[in-house]
Design a protein around this ligand. Sequence first.
Ligand SMILES: NC(=O)c1ccc[n+]([C@@H]2O[C@H](COP(=O)([O-])OP(=O)(O)OC[C@H]3O[C@@H](n4cnc5c(N)ncnc54)[C@H](OP(=O)(O)O)[C@@H]3O)[C@@H](O)[C@H]2O)c1
Length: 218
Amino acid sequence: MRVAVVGGHGQIARLLHPLLVAAGHQPVALVRREEQRPALEAVGAEVRLLDIEDDDVAAFAAAFRDCDAVVFSAGGGPDGNAARKRTVDLEGSLKSAAAASVAGISRFVQVSAIDVDRPVAAGAGEVWAAYVAAKRDADAALRASGLDWTVVRPGRLTDEPATGLVSLGVDVPRGDVTRGDVAAVLAAVLDRPETVHHQWNLVGGDVPVDAAVARASV
Ligand SMILES: NC(=O)c1ccc[n+]([C@@H]2O[C@H](COP(=O)([O-])OP(=O)(O)OC[C@H]3O[C@@H](n4cnc5c(N)ncnc54)[C@H](OP(=O)(O)O)[C@@H]3O)[C@@H](O)[C@H]2O)c1
């Protein structure tokens, strides 16, 4: 498979690319700056330029050319800018899903966040509320898109080494998870068609990634 990764220079994405290569796939990293190219090519990704906020659906579809699946792993980041939750986390996902359809790609895996369907706690800040709303609405739109979607909703991300052990499921409670383990789950999901039309929470746990994905898909 050629796998287009939106947010291809993100921290999870950069851990995903080598896993895809090891599984015999070709990652296609979509990034917004030319200087991001060398590090990504060094781990086996093909690099294409795409600005999630500035580019339109036609440009997304062009960036997805010849690909068989899309992974949306972009985010506005911790810059405290509520507007970018909408323009990146929500509208970036909406444009990616629309462009996948235009490009004839049915498979779409989205990195979301845990508990975004729950009401935001009273007193939560504007940026957090915007983030939760963006992830919630992006997931709802993807589920209604007609694409072959899978939604992975990690808990708080850490940069500890991957453990290979996770807890994955619809009702898994909040917890931490390493970015490496999220990448491993994304790679496993892409290799398993039975994960289509599933949405799971993901935190660190005690079940090996492949077994967790297989178990959750039943
Ligand atoms: N932090 C947490 O605890 C947590 C928990 C659950 C879920 N998540 C979600 O998990 C996802 C991935 O996490 P991560 O740590 O891999 O995120 P990350 O490192 O912040 O990666 C996000 C990527 O999106 C890219 N991006 C942002 N705006 C863009 C634009 N206009 N055009 C092109 N690319 C753009 C960034 O590009 P640049 O590299 O150029 O900046 C960055 O590479 C995010 O959606 C995040 O919200 C996070």
